[in-house]
Every structure is written in C-alpha cells, then in structure tokens.
Design a protein. Sequence first.
Length: 318
Amino acid sequence: MSSPIISILCPVLNEAAHIDNLVAKFLFNDGIEKELFFIDASSTDDTKQKITELQKTHKNLFVITNPQKYVSFGFNKAFLQTKGKYIAFLGAHADYPELYFKHALKYLDANECDAIGGPLEQKGKTDTGKAIAYCMSHRFGVGGTEFRTSNEKQYVQSVAFAIYKREVFENTGLLDEQLLRNQDDELHYRLNAHGYKILMVPEMKCSYYVRGSVIALFSQYFQYGLFKPLVLKKVKSGMRIRHLIPTLFVLYFLSLPLAYFCFWWFLPLALYVLLDLIFSFGNSLRFSQKIKSLLVFPALHIAYGTGFLAGMLKNPNK
C-alpha cells in the first residue's frame, strides 16, 4: 500500500453490529488511498474482535483504544499514528454520499479551503425523532448554525464531519482535552481565528439520526451549553449573539414572578408562545409531530440556556 491520502478517524463504542458496514462505507474502492482508525471507547461487545478479524483483509485498518472515553483524548492519540495528507474526523452514525472523499479533495487540492464538510440532514425514526429533526434544522430552534439550517455552498464558522488539511493541526494544535463536549466547535473557532477557511458544499451533504426522546435531547443540549462558555473563553472570536439568546430566555423565564407587579412582563413570553405555535404548525409534518414540536423548541432553548448558565459558574480547572 502506498502512503494514504486521507486518514479517517472514527470514534466507536459498542458498534459490533455496524463495523462491517462502516469499513465498507469508508474504505470502498474510489481510487483514493485511505487508512481508517477506529477509536474504541472501551466497548463491552465484540467491536474490537470484529475489527481484528477485518484487519486480516484490510491492512489499512487500525484500532486505537481510548480508555478515557472522551473524543478529544482518542482523536489526539490516533492522530499521532496517522500518515495521511488530509485528516477526516467522521461519525459512526452518519450516512455519507458515495463521492464524499472525492468532493472534499477537489476543493482541498485546489486550496479553496483548509477544512471542508457538507450540510447535515437531520432525521428521526419516530414521531418524536422527526419532530426533533425538524426543530434542529430550523433557525428558530438552533439560530444561524449554517450546517444545520442551510444547503448553500459557503464559508462557515463550523461544519459537521469535516476533512482537514494535516497542517491545520500541526500549526494550531490538536483537540482540547479540557473540553469533554464541543471539542469540534473550539477547534473550528480556533481555525477561524488563525485565518484558516472552512467550506461547506452541498454535494457533501450527509444525514444523521437525532435523539429519539425529548429527555435525551435535553441532556444533549444541556451538555452543549455547559461547555460553550469555556469554548468561548478560549476563543473569544467565536462568540455570536445566538449563543446568548437561550440564556437570556432562561433568565427571563426565571424572572416571570415579576409579572405579578408588571403585567406587561408577560409580553415576551406571549410572543415566544406565538412563534412556537407558528413554527410548530407551519410545516408539512404530521399533526402528532407538530404537537411534539411545540415541546421540542422550548426543550432546545431551556436545555442550552440552563447549561450555558451552569457553564458560566463552572470552574474550568475542575
């Protein structure tokens, strides 16, 4: 095997049932020399055994054990063993278009960007999941997050499942191990601060199945909010007004007892409820999914805002 053009890093945990498909998905014969590193967060099923068996026929397949379990530790450990000109950091639960890597190389080789990815089509398997997918793709739900709400070719602040020039990491450093969540956000903000360009192109659009319950979604977005203040403290240029709006909403919600003295204090809540109704019902979802969207939008905002507030009080050294 000649030197790989792309090194693919993919975190896994208890993915024995999907390893064959992942290897086929990432290492299919598209004329691009690749190496694939599975970063195993201490799986308790047959994940490692499956990989070991596949290594007999795939000499460019490797497994990295990540006892710390968090993504940043595993990525940094695996990066030191990669040889590719480009580094792809991909997820095990996403579906990628057949020419994902070819599209990336077209723009990277032409120096149009330093990192590249595609829009994220969010999908759900149940009524609740489909409502969550809809809300996470709507500007009312997630603000101006381009890779969730847009399909246009554009330079962006961040993108999902990106492929990077190796020099990006050599010049700016690897993932921040102090961050247990939002590591990719911090990396992308850091890249922008150093003048590197991140491009999103529609032909690299991939799909991802969202959480299947409002409780799981709430936990996910609370974690996003919890670590965001630390990310923004590290890279202040990443701050956007959309990061603060859910927190302001939570603070307003906590102040609602003031409405006892000033009736007009209810007006922002009335406007929010109106917008929630408009965006929950102004779509082609089934009626049951529209009803669920009424709960999903505020769940997104309250979870993120509450997490952000907790993150502001959290000691980043702990």
